[in-house]
Design a protein around this ligand. Structure first.
Ligand code: CMC
Length: 428
């Protein structure tokens, strides 16, 4: 097989090298395209065919439903590892030894206090503010409280900023929810593991000791692992592109949180629950909503279905579906919303429109059902996604800086007015 691609433009042939990944994915390296062709550019809205980088973090095969972090299957990680081990794996490239993990956790604990003035910022938000807006703002504000920029050439500096954000972020997540619920701001306990600490900070009441429920700890741990990275999705690309201007880690993460917020991305988990509620309130007629989803005149989409990359099944959804059943039966929750979800899933999987377009339930179809059973308010679902995605964003930001990637700056094809002579205001 030739290791170049030939592109013919207006009768002139140009040759470009092929880049082959470790899983034999092929990319055409068009770095020299504009120079060689005097300014010809490629157009690919939504970057459906464009690779923005080479990356050694996550491998995803959408046709076969494969997802691996640093070579490890998501099924094995969800079953055998905990979230902090997965975070270490994603960020530093290998599973930690026992000692490395103990040190990593100890360093994170040391950093798990935020400046008390952050409370004043939180205080200024209205209770009605969406938690994702609050989280993005507080993450950005961390830059102001930790102004020294990271020397990316120093491993120690890099490590310090990684443990700093892993320590402080769960506090911001928990406080975002506590603000919404009118609960006093609290801290976790250094005797707990990472996920137990998150649960304590989120749910502890001022007048009661918080008792851990192992079922919830296990379910949240799994959910966070499944969300931890997903290669160059919208929010991750945002983190990389913002970071490529050498903006700091916290500022890049804050931008990633904003990107995640949208209902076509992380916001889908909230949108799924709202959709299921709306169907329930409307009498539970799933067929009606299937019809709406297929009607091209109707903007309604079946939230939690379809994926840009997975065109077979979402491996995360398979794991989460089992976890959802376990959590609901362990907690003894009977939820009519779940029956509607199961009905929709069954119909969609047999429906020609969905089958033809390869639209399967994605990770967010089930995650909201578990979060709801755990007592997490719907508006907080995407915040939980952000907590899970944090290690992935950090790993991608770190990789981008270590590989000294150039500033991200796409081109365009201009389709506006040609030159126009300026008209003074009295002549318009
Ligand atoms: N309901 C109804 N029709 C759909 C849906 C849906 N959920 N998703 C895609 N389609 C149709 C779409 O109308 C189009 O039809 P046609 O070919 O006739 O024009 C076809 O399927 C292809 O859709 P697309 O919008 O071109 O696909 P995409 O790769 O650009 O979009 C997506 C992927 C996830 C944005 C989209 O499937 C969607 O909007 N899904 C609902 C939102 C959702 O659940 N998002 C969470 C994604 S998983 C979490 C994450 O990683 O962010």
């Amino acid at each position: 097989m030739s290791d170049t691609a030939i592109l013919e433009i207006k009768g002139e042939k140009h040759e470009f090298p092929l880049i082959v990944g470790t899983e034999n994915e092929i990319g055409i390296d068009i770095k020299t395209l504009r120079g060689a062709t005097l300014g010809v550019t490629t157009i690919d809205p939504g970057y459906k065919n464009t690779g923005s980088c080479q990356s050694g973090i996550t491998f995803l095969d959408g046709e076969k439903g494969i997802l691996r972090y640093r070579g490890y299957a998501i099924e094995d990680l969800a079953d055998k590892a905990d979230f902090l081990e997965v975070a270490y794996l994603l960020i530093f490239g290998d599973l930690p030894s026992k000692d490395q993990l103990i040190k990593f956790h100890a360093d994170i604990k040391t950093e798990s206090v935020v400046d008390d003035d952050v409370k004043k910022i939180l205080d200024a938000f209205p209770k009605s503010a969406h938690p994702m807006g609050v989280l993005s703002s507080l993450t950005s504000a961390l830059t102001a409280f930790n102004p020294t920029s990271v020397n990316v050439d120093s491993e120690e500096d890099m490590y310090k900023s990684v443990v700093k954000i892993l320590g402080k972020f769960p506090v911001l997540v928990a406080w975002t929810m506590r603000k919404k619920k009118g609960l006093p701001l609290n801290y976790g306990s250094n005797s707990l593991n990472y996920v137990e600490n998150v649960l304590k900070m989120m749910f502890e009441k001022p007048n009661e000791e918080y008792v851990q429920n192992p079922i919830l700890v296990n379910a949240l741990d799994k959910l966070l692992i499944l969300h931890a990275d997903h290669e160059q999705n919208c929010s991750t690309s945002t983190v990389r592109i913002v970071g490529s201007s050498h903006a700091g880690l916290f500022a890049s993460l804050s931008a990633g949180i904003s990107a995640l917020w949208g209902p076509l991305h992380g916001g889908a988990n909230q949108a799924v629950l709202e959709m299921l509620e709306a169907i329930k309130d409307d009498g539970g007629d799933t067929k009606k909503y299937m019809g709406k989803a297929k009607d091209k005149q109707d903007p309604f989409r079946l939230m939690g279905f379809g994926h840009r990359v997975y065109k077979n099944f979402d491996p995360r959804a398979k794991i989460i579906k089992v976890a959802a059943d376990e959590v609901l039966s362990d907690l003894g929750v009977e939820d009519p919303i779940l029956d509607i979800a199961k009905g929709l899933e069954k119909e969609a999987l047999q429906d020609e429109y969905f089958v033809k377009r390869k639209l399967y339930p994605n990770v967010d179809f089930y995650s909201g059902i578990i979060y709801r059973a755990m007592g997490i308010p719907t508006e907080m679902f995407t915040v939980m996604f952000a907590l899970g995605r944090l290690p992935g964003w950090i790993a991608q930001w770190r990789e981008m800086r270590l590989r000294k990637e150039p500033i991200g700056r796409p081109r365009q094809i201009y389709t506006g007015e040609n030159y126009r002579a300026f008209k003074t205001i009295d002549k318009r």
